[in-house]
Ligand binder design. Structure first.
Ligand code: HEC
Ligand code: HEC
Ligand code: HEC
Ligand code: HEC
Length: 450
C-alpha cells in the first residue's frame, strides 16, 4: 500500500554483477566457540554479488511458489537507497562535510564508512567482497560465508542459518537494534552536533515508517494481522532505550551538553514578532525560560503505547524520564547523575521492549484504534514539545493507520489520508514549525477517527 510517509519523506528532506562462484569455507563453523575465536576462522563477508544469481535472490519478478521472493537482490540494487549509501559519501554534501571536519576523503574515512558501507576487518572480507557496494545484504543479515552454501538446501531451517552467523532480523528487538545501529548510532559510530553542523542530515527513525519506505524484499513470516502495530511499538521502545544509553555515554565521557540530544528547533527556529511567538505563548514549563529542552520525541508518543501495554511500567518510566528531562534541561547538572538516571530509564525501556515483543501481549483492532485516538487526543502536549515530537507523532499515526486500514475498513479513508498529508506538510519547513497549528491539525485527524 502506498504510504504517505514515503512520498512525503523526499519532499521533506532533502547492474547486473557477475555471477560469482561461491568460494567459501563451509567448514568454518561460526557456532564453534574455539574456531570463532580465531579471526582467520571467523565467518566472512562475501558481498551482495554472491546472492545475485537469478536462481537465488537475483530474480526479476516475485516468486509465489517459495517462501522467499528470490528477487531480493534486484530490489535492493535498483530501488533500495542502501545500495547508494557508499556513493552518496562523495556527493557535494558529503565532500563539503569531509572538508569541514578535516577528513582527507569521505569515502575512505572510517568515521563515515561505519554506516555507509560494510567496513569490517580485512581478514573478514572474502575475495568477492567490495566496499563500494554500500549497505548490502550482510550489513543486515550478517556474514554469509558459513550459511551461503547450505542455506539453499530444500529442508534447511532458518535457525540453522542463525547458528552459522546469520543475524536474526525476524526478532523485532534485534531488527530494531540493527536499523538503529546506523539510524541512531552506537558508541563506535555516531552523528553528533559537530557532524550536523557540518551538514549531515539529522537522524530520525520510526521502525514502522522506515520499514514501509524500504522497498520490500521479503514476505512477513508472521501471520498475526496486527504484527505491524507490534513492530512499531518495539521500534519505539528500542529507540528510546538507545537514545538514553547515548545520553549516559555522552554525559559520562563526551562533550556535554551534547546539542544533538536537545530539541533542535528550540535553538534553530526563526524569530517572529513577540505577539506571534507560540513559544512565549506556551511558556517554559519545567525549565528555566530559554534553556533548550531534552528532545522528548522518542518518548511523548511512545508513552501512549506503554499506557496501553503495561501501566505499571508506564508510571515508572514517566517518573524516570521526568528526572532525566530536568537534569539535562538544567544544563549544569552533575554529569554522573545524568548518566545514572539515563541508565535506569534505559533499563526500564528495555524491559518494555521485551514485553512489547513477547507473545503474552496481543495487539488487535480495538487497541490499534485506542492508540490512534490517545495519540491524536494528546495533540497539545505532543505538539508543544517541538518539531521532533510532531514528526514522530505523524509517522506513528501514519503507520497505525496503514495497519488499521489493512485489516478493518474505514469509510472515510480518503479524508484521513488527506489529514495525514496536512500533518506532513506542516513539517516541511522545520524552522517555521508552529505547535498550535500542528495541534489543530492533529485534532482534526482525531475527529475523523471512529
Ligand atoms: C551513525 C551512522 C552514520 C554515520 C557515522 C555517518 N552517516 Fe551519513 N547518513 C546516515 C544515515 C542513516 C543517512 C540517511 C538519513 C535519512 O535519510 O534518514 C545518512 C545520510 C547521509 C548523506 C545524505 C545522503 C543523500 O541521500 O543525500 C550524506 C551526504 C552523508 N550521510 C554523508 C556522511 C559522511 C560524509 C559521513 C562521515 C563524516 C557520514 N555520513 C557518517 C548515517 C550515518
Ligand atoms: C537495511 C537492512 C537490509 C538489507 C540491506 C537487506 N535486508 Fe533482507 N531483510 C531485512 C529485513 C528487516 C527483513 C524482514 C525480516 C525477516 O523476514 O527476516 C529481511 C528479509 C529478507 C529475507 C527473508 C528472510 C526470512 O526471514 O525468511 C531474505 C531472503 C532477504 N532479506 C534477503 C536479502 C538479500 C539477498 C539482500 C541483499 C541483496 C538483503 N536481504 C538486504 C533487512 C535487510
Ligand atoms: C549499516 C548501516 C545501516 C543499517 C544497518 C540500516 N540502514 Fe537504513 N540507511 C543507511 C544509510 C547510510 C542510508 C542513507 C543512504 C542514502 O542516502 O543513499 C539509509 C537510508 C535508509 C532509508 C531511506 C531514507 C530516506 O531518507 O529516503 C530507509 C527507509 C532506511 N534506511 C531504513 C532502514 C531500516 C528499516 C533498517 C533496518 C531493517 C535500516 N535502514 C538499516 C544505513 C543503514
Ligand atoms: C543549544 C542550541 C542548539 C541545539 C539544541 C542544536 N543546535 Fe545546531 N547549532 C547551534 C549553533 C550555535 C550552531 C552554529 C551556528 C553558527 O555558527 O552560525 C549550530 C549549527 C547547526 C547547523 C549548521 C548551521 C546552518 O545554518 O546550516 C545545523 C545544520 C544544525 N546546527 C543542526 C542541528 C540539529 C539537526 C539539531 C538537533 C538534533 C541541533 N542543531 C541542535 C545550536 C544548537
Amino acid at each position: 500500500m502506498e504510504n504517505s510517509f514515503g512520498s512525503n519523506l523526499n519532499s521533506k528532506r532533502s547492474g547486473a554483477r557477475a555471477l560469482l562462484t561461491i568460494a567459501i569455507a563451509v567448514g568454518s563453523l561460526a557456532g564453534n566457540p574455539i574456531l570463532a575465536a580465531d579471526p582467520a576462522q571467523a565467518p566472512k563477508y562475501t558481498g551482495p554479488g554472491s546472492c545475485s544469481s537469478p536462481a537465488c535472490h537475483g530474480g526479476v519478478q516475485d516468486r509465489t511458489e517459495t517462501s522467499v521472493l528470490q528477487n531480493e537482490y534486484s530490489t535492493w540494487v535498483v530501488r533500495d537507497k542502501h545500495a547508494q549509501a557508499y556513493t552518496v559519501l562523495t556527493n557535494p554534501l558529503g565532500t563539503r562535510m569531509a572538508k569541514i571536519l578535516g577528513l582527507p576523503k569521505p569515502d575512505t574515512a572510517p568515521k563515515c564508512l561505519a554506516c555507509h558501507a560494510l567496513d569490517v576487518p580485512l581478514e573478514q572480507r572474502a575475495r568477492t567482497f567490495d566496499l563500494t557496494d554500500g549497505v548490502g545484504c550482510e550489513n543486515c543479515h550478517g556474514p554469509a560465508s558459513a550459511w551461503l552454501g547450505p542455506h539453499t538446501a530444500r529442508d534447511w531451517k532458518y535457525e540453522k542459518s542463525l547458528e552459522l552467523g546469520m543475524y536474526n532480523t525476524r526478532d523485532l528487538v534485534k531488527r530494531s537494534e540493527k536499523c538503529l545501529s546506523c539510524h541512531l548510532g552506537t558508541p563506535e559510530k555516531f552523528v553528533d552536533h559537530e557532524m550536523l553542523a557540518a551538514g549531515h542530515p539529522d537522524l530520525y527513525f520510526e521502525l514502522g515508517s522506515f520499514m514501509s519506505v524500504m522497498p520490500v524484499h521479503w514476505k512477513e513470516v508472521e501471520k498475526d494481522p496486527w504484527f505491524a502495530v507490534r513492530t512499531l511499538g518495539v521500534g519505539q521502545a528500542v529507540q528510546l532505550r538507545e537514545q538514553l544509553r547515548r545520553v549516559a555515554r555522552e554525559a559520562q565521557g563526551g562533550i556535554w551538553p551534547e546539542y544533538a540530544e536537545l530539541e533542535c528547533f528550540s535553538c534553530h527556529h526563526s524569530l517572529t514578532a513577540a505577539k506571534d511567538s507560540w513559544r512565549q505563548d506556551r511558556g517554559y514549563p519545567g525549565r528555566r525560560p530559554g534553556n533548550p529542552p531534552l528532545n522528548l520525541a522518542r518518548f511523548v508518543v511512545f508513552r501512549k503505547i506503554i499506557q496501553e501495554a503495561d501501566r505499571g511500567a508506564a508510571q515508572q518510566l514517566e517518573s524516570e524520564m521526568g528526572r532525566v528531562y530536568s537534569l539535562v534541561t538544567a544544563l549544569n547538572s552533575d554529569r554522573r547523575q545524568v548518566a545514572s538516571q539515563a541508565t535506569s530509564a534505559a533499563e526500564t525501556a528495555d524491559r518494555i521492549a521485551q514485553r512489547l515483543a513477547g507473545v503474552q501481549l496481543q495487539f488487535d483492532q480495538a487497541m490499534t484504534l485506542r492508540l490512534m485516538k490517545s495519540i491524536a487526543g494528546d495533540a497539545e502536549s505532543i505538539a508543544q514539545q517541538g518539531e521532533g515530537s510532531a514528526e514522530q507523532a505523524t509517522m506513528v499515526m501514519d503507520s497505525l493507520f496503514i495497519a488499521y486500514n489493512q485489516n478493518a475498513h474505514l469509510g472515510n479513508e480518503a479524508q484521513i489520508k488527506a489529514a495525514l498529508h496536512t500533518l506532513f506538510e506542516q513539517l516541511k519547513d522545520q524552522s517555521a514549525y508552529h505547535a498550535f497549528k500542528f495541534a489543530r491539525d492533529l485534532r482534526s485527524l482525531n475527529s475523523l477517527l471512529p
